[in-house]
Every structure is written in structure tokens, then in C-alpha cells.
Design a protein around this ligand. Sequence first.
Ligand SMILES: [Zn+2]
Length: 434
Amino acid sequence: MSEMNYSRRRTNPNSTSPLRPAPRRQPRRPQRRGGRENRLVAVVALLVIAAVVGGGVWIWLNRTVRVIVNGTGADVRANASIEQIMESEGISPQPGDLVSLNGNVLEEGGGAAYTATVNGEALDAAAAEAFRAKGNETITIGDGTDVTESSHEEEREVQPQLEPADSVGAITFVSQYGKVGRQKFAVGDVSGETVAGEVIEPVQNVKLESINPRPEGNRKVVAITFDDGPSDYTQRYLDILSEHGARATFFCLGSQVPGRENLVQAIKAQGSQVCSHTQNHEQLTAIDAATLQSEIGDAFAAISTAGGGDTTTLRPPYGALDAQAWVNSGGNFSASVIWNLDSLDWELPGVDTIVSNCTDGIWSGAIILMHDGGGNRDQDLEALPKILEKLQGEGYEFVTLSELFALDSRIPDDVAAGNARMPEGSVWATSVAE
Ligand SMILES: [Zn+2]
């Protein structure tokens, strides 16, 4: 048995050496080597598949499609955006600007970078951003458009403006006082510019009216006016007026009043009227608002304090008054009265000329300009009785401005009275209406 066992051992076909016992695990070796190779093959295969698939995807993603860009055929990457097409085709549109609500340029090039039309349909910003080329599109890329700044809505007060008279007459008065309005506005977030929107409460502008008095009824009336007093001539004028049963209007300078309060009172006592020629005879169109207001207000106060009565009627020095001066006044006078017949007495043309200047072509409602200061007035003193007598001979009455204005129903009663004031609750204009 032992021999048999031995020889069986020796004849083991797996034995490499008869002296060395055959490794017990040897028979399983080929089987194991084959498993490793299979796995390697599988991994390689997977890598190849991955590479092929990945490469395929890459090729798919990077494939080109045919489109028409600005009239020319072009191969562009599939799913290319407008900006990628612009880059690949070398298109450089001019960007639009960022503009304010009123169209002023806030930032050059700050608007839309380009405009795009695909198959004849214009794309808005979002659609242009979302566009991806699929092929066969006809694409037009053009210059960008302006973009208006963003804005928000605010409700604001609207201040009255001054609407000047549309005609020019001897009396200009406030025919309507102002009221504040409320309105919605679009307000530019960058510029602060506004665009008017819905009216919540309409604003009421200050309105002026200017007319030449047209007395109604049968009376023939003329108003003589004397500027630049009170002066050494005032009492003599008053005496002549009284002798003829006539009245007149004196536009006094506030600076002339101190020391002559008795003359201011005498004018009133005689039945004539005292109005203002400002404090210091400044040209109202050439001074700032604060100075203008004191020029006017100080003279009214001086006249009132002197006993000349409560007046808000003004004769602007040199007849100079414009819409801005009215705005600047803050509404501290109600009427401006100039003249429509000039004696030209300041030229000292001689008594006869002054008389003819004041009487030739006279009409009912005429306002005559003479002077109570500013030089020698001897010619006026001699001319005045002749003027009164000549026109009285023609049936004219010499009245104050208030009496004259009261005969014209177009002039409000308080304006005619000479002391109209801005009503409670009204406001003055802050600018001239365009
Ligand atoms: Zn004057």
C-alpha cells in the first residue's frame, strides 16, 4: 500500500519536482487569474463606453447649427445664446443709453446692449436672454435701445403759478387768487425728475387781468394822477382841485411821507385818493424779491400810518412791472395802475403843451399822468386849472381812480376800492406759468 501511495505521489501531474510536495492551492490558480482579467476588461470597457458616450455628448453639445445672422448664413454652436452668437460672428452693436424720465442721458451705454429679432419677432430683454439657437433661425441683431430709469410714484402738492394778463391796460389786477393742488407724480429713481400723473385735487393758479377802464353809464370821467409826492406842491394842487370841484389820485413815495403826514391827510380830506408809488422809487423789475416786498410793503405802511388810508394799489416806478415781479411780491399788492395819457410834464415843455397833452383826444376813462415831485412843477400848477376848466367845459368830471374803477363792472369792488387783499386760505404763485 505504501508503494502505491508513494508512486501515486510521484506521478502527480501537477508536481514540478518530485522532491517538493505539490502546493495544495495550486489547482485553483488558473481559475483565479481568469477572474482578474475579466474585471480589468470590464473596467476598460466601461471607460471606453464612458469615453465614447462622453465624447458623443461633447460632440453633441458642441455641434454647430446653421442660422442666418444679419442676413448672412452662419454656423454657430447649438444652443448658443445671442451674446455668444454676437461674439462668434463679430457683431458689436452700439449699446443704448440710460435715460431719465424726461429723456436726458444719465449714463452713456447704460441702456440695452443690443436688440434681437428672431424669425421676424422682436425679443424683449428676457426673451433675448433666454434665446438658444436650435438651427434654421433668422436672427437680426441690432444696436441697443435707450432704457428709461426706474421710477416710483409720489403724491405731491402743486403750487399755484402766475398767469399773466393776455392784454395790456392801465389797470392790472388779481382776478383770481391761488389754491394749492395735489397730484400724483412719477419720480425718477436716479434723476429725481418728475412726470405729472393723476390729479387728486386741481391747483388753482393766480390770474391777472389788465384792462383800460370803460366807464358804464352816461358820466364822462377823467382821473388825473400825481406821482412822486407828497411835496411842497401837494397843497397847491389840492387847492386848485378844490376850487374846481375836482378830485385826483396821488401816488406817494413812502420815503417822502415822514414829515409830510399832514399832506397825506390833506389829500384824503380833500376827497382825493392816496396810493403807493413804492418806498424808494426802485425799478421793481431790477431788484430781488425781498427788496421788492419791502419797497411795496413799507410804502403801504407809511401811507397808512400817516393817515392816508388802507391801500394795496401801486404805481410801479417807470411803469416797470413784469410777471416775475408780481410773483416776487408774494401777493402784497392787489393792483398796478399806470396811465394812458401822459402830460410829459417832466420834460418841462411849457404850460400850453402840458394842457394840450392832457386834453387833446381825451375820452371818458382816461388816466392822466402828472407829477407832484421830481423837480420844478410850476408849469403843472399853471396848467392844471386850464386842464380842469377845458375838460369840464366838455362835460368831464374829475374823479379818483376808485370812483373811475367803480364805473367799470369788470373790475371787482375791492380792487376798485383800492384795498383788495388775498383771501384767507388762498396762496400766492411761486412761479410764472409758461
Ligand atoms: Zn415816479
